[in-house]
Design a protein around this ligand. Structure first.
Ligand SMILES: CC(C)(COP(=O)(O)OP(=O)(O)OC[C@H]1O[C@@H](n2cnc3c(N)ncnc32)[C@H](O)[C@@H]1OP(=O)(O)O)[C@@H](O)C(=O)NCCC(=O)NCCS
Length: 186
């Protein structure tokens, strides 16, 4: 028995995934998803996807496990996506365009415009398929610039999340208040 996680072939990220209509991507296990920028109107799909997550996954993303995403937070997560200071991509089933299976976002902290928060969540039954990495690569390519510092709340024991943060380059360090901080190289 080993706790080494097997390395996987990367799934290519089509450039058109960042266009408004997005792109269909075939994941490592052969399933296909539509990946596109988050847009107004995605609130219900996001709320439903959140409800399908286990309490553990809800906590990993939000630090606590609310029973549902309230209207105020949904507004922040959907309506405040402007593609400039708040960039977000989501993955949907190809045969059900309202069924969200992954979402990633990167945004400036309003009071610290040089610093970005990043968050990625993939539905439990879509993990290990390369979807998290695709969302991470899209976020890295389209991150608000020229901000170069990423500060987010991820436990160092969260190995998949740590693997994804490596996409941004630089070595994560723990800040005094327990956040992970990365200085982006480019
Ligand atoms: C973190 C998360 C988004 C990863 O999604 P995913 O679709 O499983 O990611 P991928 O399949 O692309 O794998 C990402 C990396 O994690 C690694 N990984 C996956 N599961 C792992 C495990 N159990 N142990 C160690 N590494 C693991 C993979 O090797 C991969 O690295 P590679 O691309 O260099 O091979 C997903 O686990 C999740 O939603 N977790 C709950 C929310 C959360 O913790 N978010 C983090 C905030 S950024």
């Amino acid at each position: 028995m080993t706790d080494e996680y097997p390395a996987h072939r990367a799934v290519p990220v089509p450039a058109s995934a960042s266009a408004a209509d997005g792109a269909i991507v075939t994941l490592r296990d052969g399933r296909r998803v539509l990946i596109r920028p988050v847009r107004g109107g995605d609130g219900a799909a996001l709320a439903a996807a959140f409800q399908r997550l286990s309490p553990e996954s809800q906590r990993q993303r939000f630090g606590s496990a609310p029973h549902a995403l309230g209207l105020r937070i949904l507004r922040q997560l959907v309506d405040e996506v402007d593609g400039v200071d708040h960039v977000a991509f989501a993955a949907f089933l190809t045969d059900d365009p309202d069924y969200l299976v992954g979402v990633g976002r990167i945004l400036r902290y309003p009071t610290e415009p040089d610093t970005l928060d990043v968050g990625i969540t993939v539905a439990e039954d879509y993990r290990g398929t390369g979807l998290g990495r695709i969302l991470g690569e899209l976020l890295a390519a389209h991150r608000p610039r020229p901000a170069r510092i990423i500060r987010t709340q991820i436990a160092a024991s969260n190995k998949p999340a740590m693997a994804l943060l490596a996409i941004f380059g630089g070595s994560p360090r723990q800040s005094g208040d327990g956040d992970l901080v990365i200085e982006v190289n480019d």
